[in-house]
Ligand binder design. Structure first.
Ligand SMILES: NC(=O)c1ccc[n+]([C@@H]2O[C@H](COP(=O)([O-])OP(=O)(O)OC[C@H]3O[C@@H](n4cnc5c(N)ncnc54)[C@H](OP(=O)(O)O)[C@@H]3O)[C@@H](O)[C@H]2O)c1
Length: 316
């Protein structure tokens, strides 16, 4: 049996459950590719998501443990099933792995060929790995759910984070006017991504600076989300991948509230790679850690300050 090194959790829990160990190397199933992972990336709270621990997207059914976290990656196709025409062996690819299967904090990962896309050519694997989950979430929030139109005004709650830094850039690229909340130290950074207005969430009230916005993309949840209804115009939409919006509040403000879970999407990944290669979208990497330090990355997401994504470098 071939083996590999990976980071796994044998019991449901937080970063303290993650161990670096030698494990069986996975074999691609029908329609799948085996990818030699070069880099993977992590997302806050993913260890609390029910689908991280089971085979079903609603979290029902038996535990899937041991699990491997980090569901976005960049790497090289190492093998594929005979029926897979594309991508081919040796091709550099990136992608979002369905949450109900093992992630990419490992030397190898298998996933359906249909959800993999060619990696952006102009960035290295560490930067490409920072994109699939965060840029796809941004893309799906703005394009699929908010149907953002040029000239509309978007408020991004949490504009300097992993997802927020992609939302600001993609929204500005689509011709929207962008306001974003961020920590004081991140205000200039967020403006540099394309926000017209950056609001210090700790010392300023966003309600004093924006009103009648068409779209709120909420990456914070909680009180920030509930305060956001008051700045939406009638007929506006609040989209949150962080926490489900209160539908009664939405109705009270004559607005819509949408929660969604990002889905793998090969076509959107191709569009994202094109934006990157045309210089219109930059991956934002806070730091790069070796695979052996994956646990400390998850701890930092829970407790520490970060700007953009924490990436795990797996192989040169
Ligand atoms: N449903 C899905 O499919 C899906 C997909 C991706 C992400 N998510 C969720 O979406 C959320 C955002 O993910 P992420 O990767 O972007 O997280 P992140 O990198 O931690 O970004 C969150 C950002 O929000 C800022 N922030 C904290 N409190 C704030 C406040 N009161 N007002 C404005 N900004 C505030 C943080 O700033 P500081 O650094 O100063 O704290 C940080 O820059 C997480 O809850 C994640 O689990 C869900």
């Amino acid at each position: 049996m071939s083996t590999m090194y990976a980071v796994r959790a044998h019991t449901r829990g937080g970063p303290e459950q993650l161990v670096y160990e030698q494990v069986p190397r996975p074999e691609p199933g029908p329609g799948e590719v085996l990818v030699a992972v070069k880099a993977a990336s992590m997302t806050p709270h993913e260890l609390t998501w029910p689908e991280t621990w089971t085979h079903s997207s609603d979290g029902s059914g038996p535990e899937r443990t041991p699990i491997i976290p980090s569901h976005e990656f960049s790497g090289v196709v190492a093998a594929s099933r005979a029926e897979v025409q594309s991508p081919t062996e040796g091709e550099a690819v990136y992608g979002l792995i369905p949450f109900t299967r093992d992630g990419a904090a490992a030397e190898y990962v298998t996933l359906p060929a249909a959800v993999v896309a060619a990696k952006p050519a102009t960035v290295d694997h560490d930067h490409a790995a920072a994109l699939p989950l965060s840029a796809l979430t941004a893309w799906q929030a703005l394009v699929n759910h908010a149907d953002l139109q040029p000239g509309q005004h978007v408020l991004v709650q949490g504009g300097a984070g992993g997802v927020g830094s992609q939302v600001v850039q993609i929204a500005a690229g689509l011709g929207a006017r962008v306001s974003a909340t961020a920590a004081a130290a991140d205000l200039e950074f967020v403006k540099g991504l394309g926000a017209e207005q950056a609001i210090d969430y700790a010392h300023d009230r966003f309600e004093d600076h924006v009103r009648d916005v068409d779209v709120v993309i909420d990456l914070v949840g909680g009180v920030t989300q509930s305060r956001s209804w008051s700045v939406l115009k009638a007929g506006g939409i609040l989209v949150s991948p962080a926490t489900p919006p209160d539908q009664q509040e939405a109705a009270r403000h004559d607005a819509r509230g949408v929660y969604f879970i990002v889905a793998p999407d090969q076509n959107a990944l191709r569009s994202i790679a094109e934006l990157v290669d045309n210089g219109r979208l930059k991956p934002v990497v806070d730091r790069v850690l070796p695979l052996t330090e994956t646990r400390s990355g998850y701890e930092a997401l829970e407790t520490g300050k970060h700007r953009g994504k924490i990436v795990v470098h797996v192989a040169d």
